[in-house]
Design a protein. Structure first.
Lengths: 180, 587
């Protein structure tokens, strides 16, 4: 099963290497890994998407927790969470296809951020599946280049990385929920 | 210690060492570590530095000291090759949970990353073989890092921590107070026990008819041998130990059924297979214990008590588990359980023991059997020596035939299987226990890997005896070649050997040699009479194999018991092995 794991780490040199090293040394497969600083400049948050059975995921969590620089590990998969991916796609846009490409971009709530004579660069954010669908469609017109960030994720409602963690589950379908 | 005074980085290192209770450390100097050695030299009244002949020797000595005393072992080496030479020792300590602080010199800060002379990315190289490591970036953080290093090394499941100190930082001076405590909370390493789970354990124990305690090195690391003893004696449950756990429960006790695992006793491995409750305490379901996982202890419920969360459920699913301080868990559990006689279960165990005890037949006029040599060492030292070993057949015979009644007297490289470990480890133990007899039961192959440290034994006149069981082979690999490679002895024969008696003499030590059973007894008696260091070479039968043997990938019940056994059965037992493993290794 695919799990999205959020790891709060000390914002120090070498931490990313410790985390990625752990995955390679123990043979766990990372689908994606994104790192960035949080509202606290001393803390970074790593979002890891990893595939594995329950035993593997259990080990991933425990092994991460053992690292000295790791502050907290949360498997978001069990919670209600929002996950987003960003992609920049350079796609062919010939005179006869430009309007079709633009229509697709509109449908997916994307943005054209660069226009050249025979191509567009499109920016799009959303769930992995949405971006996959868009990439597949645009493939018909010829994708020249593609870059994706990998997934960043956050749980709804209460801050999960707080010290006194009480799991308040928000009901799905409330206002503000994206259906993408 | 919180005095504010201008101090060099090197002096801060020494001050924290002393404050952490370190009175001895091992090392080998060099350019980048010079300031630290200079500070150690100036503080030689407070801390003793032992110079070794090779950095690997230094770290194994620190390990031997740590394993025998329970304190943190410290070694200090220079940058580049000095640091890379301790990588084997760090990995060994990581696998066997040995508390080590390794201090390495690094090239000056401004040269880092320039491929400077004797520069290596030591923090990068050692990231996966240390519990944690630090590169000191400025002198202000140095004392806290040193403090944290000790705390990390000894807390929870112990392990090695490395501190890489650039030369300019060790040489610089600053006014930094030495912090009293670590910056890391203990809860990071020692979780709180789960009372509900302990109650569940008591219930499982109450309902078991054939329970078995399977304890390991974690009991020794937690200094919980007494708690284990009380628990086992109260419940009357039989006890088996892993290789790393030997000594955690007295071998002379009626409830002890010998070591388990690849070269464990017939009784222990069958007990593992047929028990209905397996109580794992400070052990980690290592592949040398479980054998074929799908057939591991198939009839039992399983309990697991440990301090390391990652050990739980890593290889084997358990029915109840708790983490935390082993002493308090065991004493809580002991209060909850009652006693049963388990008579039919003990009868079964006794029958297995009678059928295939750990035994050997020494022909008085034949070649010396290595088992006999170990047995004689045991008899002559009355089980009171500290025993270290190298890795291979001699190690397994030592584990099978030397009986340990106390913890921390058995020092061996279990997880990594580091040949060359035993001799320097014996030296480290001898520094920790100057009045004890320390014996390295060695093989000829292993001893030749680190024998340069004979100079250290001579210099400090340590009571270390090296007993080389010489079969002129890398015997364990040869055993695998005998069994699985049609006796093609690729690279396992060691035809050219030093004269070990002369080798001892050239270092100013005593040397003995025996090649008959009678002489074996004679030379061992003589060697053990004095407190002088020596080498005893015993020429042993090179055809001897270690049995029982659970071939890698086979189930524990399918162990091979003797050479005379039907070869077809041996091959059938290992059939599954060929698909998954393919090759042996040193152990």
């Amino acid at each position: 099963m695919r799990h999205t794991i959020s790891v709060m780490v000390k914002n120090q040199a070498g931490v990313l290497s410790r985390v990625s090293n752990l995955f390679s040394a123990r043979g766990y497969n990372i689908d994606s890994l994104v790192v960035g600083v949080t509202d606290n400049p001393e803390v970074s948050r790593i979002t890891i998407v990893v595939k594995g059975d329950d035993r593997v995921i259990d080990q991933v969590e425990k092994q991460l927790n053992k690292l000295i620089d790791v502050i907290k590990v949360v498997d978001l998969t069990h919670d209600d969470f929002i996950a987003r991916d960003l992609a920049l796609i350079k796609v062919k846009a010939e005179p006869n296809t430009r309007s079709q490409v633009m229509e697709i971009v509109q449908c997916f709530d994307g943005k054209i951020v660069d226009v050249a004579l025979k191509s567009f660069i499109i920016e799009v954010t959303g769930k992995e599946s949405k971006i996959n669908a868009m990439v597949e469609l645009l493939g018909n017109y010829g994708i020249l280049e593609l870059v994706r960030t990998g997934e960043v994720a956050i749980s709804r409602g209460k801050k999960v990385h707080e010290k006194e963690e009480t799991k308040v589950k928000m009901k799905a379908g409330k206002a503000g929920q994206s259906n993408l | 210690m919180a005095k504010n005074k201008l101090k060099t980085g090197a002096q801060m290192v020494v001050d924290v060492l002393v404050d952490e209770g370190v009175d001895i450390l091992w090392g080998l100097t060099g350019g980048a570590i010079l300031p630290v050695f200079d500070a150690l030299y100036q503080n030689s009244d407070r801390i003793r530095l032992i110079d070794t002949r090779h950095e690997q020797g230094a770290i194994h000595m620190a390990e031997g000291y740590a394993k025998s005393t329970g304190k943190v072992g410290v070694c200090v080496v220079t940058s580049g090759p000095g640091a890379t030479n301790i990588v084997t020792g760090l990995t060994d300590a990581y696998m066997d949970s040995v508390p080590i602080v390794a201090i390495t010199g690094q090239v000056p800060s401004h040269l880092i990353g320039t491929d400077a002379f004797q520069e290596a990315d030591v923090v990068g190289i050692t990231r996966s073989c240390t519990k944690h490591n630090f590169l000191v970036k400025n002198i202000q953080e140095l004392p806290q890092i040193m403090r944290d290093a000790f705390f990390i090394a000894r807390s929870g499941r112990p392990g090695p921590v490395l501190v890489d100190i650039p030369k300019d930082i060790a040489a610089a001076s600053a006014e930094v107070a030495i912090p009293k405590h670590s910056s890391i909370p203990l809860s990071k390493f020692v979780p709180t026990p789960d009372l509900h789970q302990i109650e569940k354990m008591a219930e499982l124990i109450k309902n078991a008819k054939k329970p078995l305690i399977y304890a390991g090195g974690g009991v020794i690391n937690a200094n919980a041998s007494d708690a284990l003893y009380k628990f086992a004696r109260k419940t009357n449950i039989p006890v088996t130990l892993t290789l790393m756990g030997l000594g955690a429960y007295p071998a002379g006790d009626r409830q002890f059924i010998d070591m388990l695992g690849m070269h464990g006793s017939y009784r222990a491995n069958l007990a593992l297979t047929y028990c209905d409750l397996l109580i794992a305490i400070g052990s980690r379901f290592d592949d040398r214990v479980t054998g074929k996982l799908s057939e591991f202890s198939p009839h039992s419920k399983k309990i697991h008590i440990d301090v390391d969360p990652t050990s739980i459920g890593k290889n084997v699913k358990v029915d109840a588990h708790t983490l935390g301080d082993m002493n308090s868990i065991l004493s809580t559990l002991t209060k909850m359980v009652g006693s049963q006689d388990y008579e039919p279960w003990y009868e079964e165990l006794d029958a297995w023991h009678k059928k295939h005890p750990l035994a050997y037949q020494q022909d008085p006029n034949g070649k010396v059997l290595p088992q006999f040599a170990v047995d004689e060492i045991y008899r002559l030292t009355k089980g009171d020596a500290i025993i270290t070993t190298e890795v291979g057949q001699h190690q397994m015979w030592a584990a099978q035939f030397y009986k340990f009644n106390k913890a921390r007297r058995w020092i061996t490289s279990g997880g990594l299987g580091t040949m060359g470990f035993g001799f320097p480890a014996a030296i480290g133990a001898a520094f920790g226990f100057p009045d004890a007899t320390v014996i390295d039961i060695a093989g000829d192959g292993s001893f030749q890997m680190t024998m340069q440290e004979l100079a250290v034994v001579k210099e400090h006149n340590l009571n270390v005896k090296v007993v080389v069981l010489n079969n002129k082979f890398l015997g364990m690999v040869k055993q695998w070649q005998d069994l699985f490679f049609d006796k093609r002895y690729a690279s396992t024969s060691i035809p050219v050997q030093p004269d070990f008696v002369k080798l001892a003499e050239c270092y100013g030590l005593k040397g003995y040699r025996a090649d008959t059973p009678k002489d074996t007894t004679k030379v061992l008696e003589e060697a053990f009479k004095s407190k002088d260091p020596c080498i005893v070479e015993i020429v042993v039968d090179e055809e001897e194999h270690v049995y029982p043997m659970v071939p890698a990938g086979a189930a524990n019940k399918d162990m091979v018991l003797s050479k005379e056994e039907d070869r077809a059965r041996v091959m059938a037992a290992v059939k599954t092995k060929a698909k998954t493993h393919g090759k042996g290794g040193r152990k």
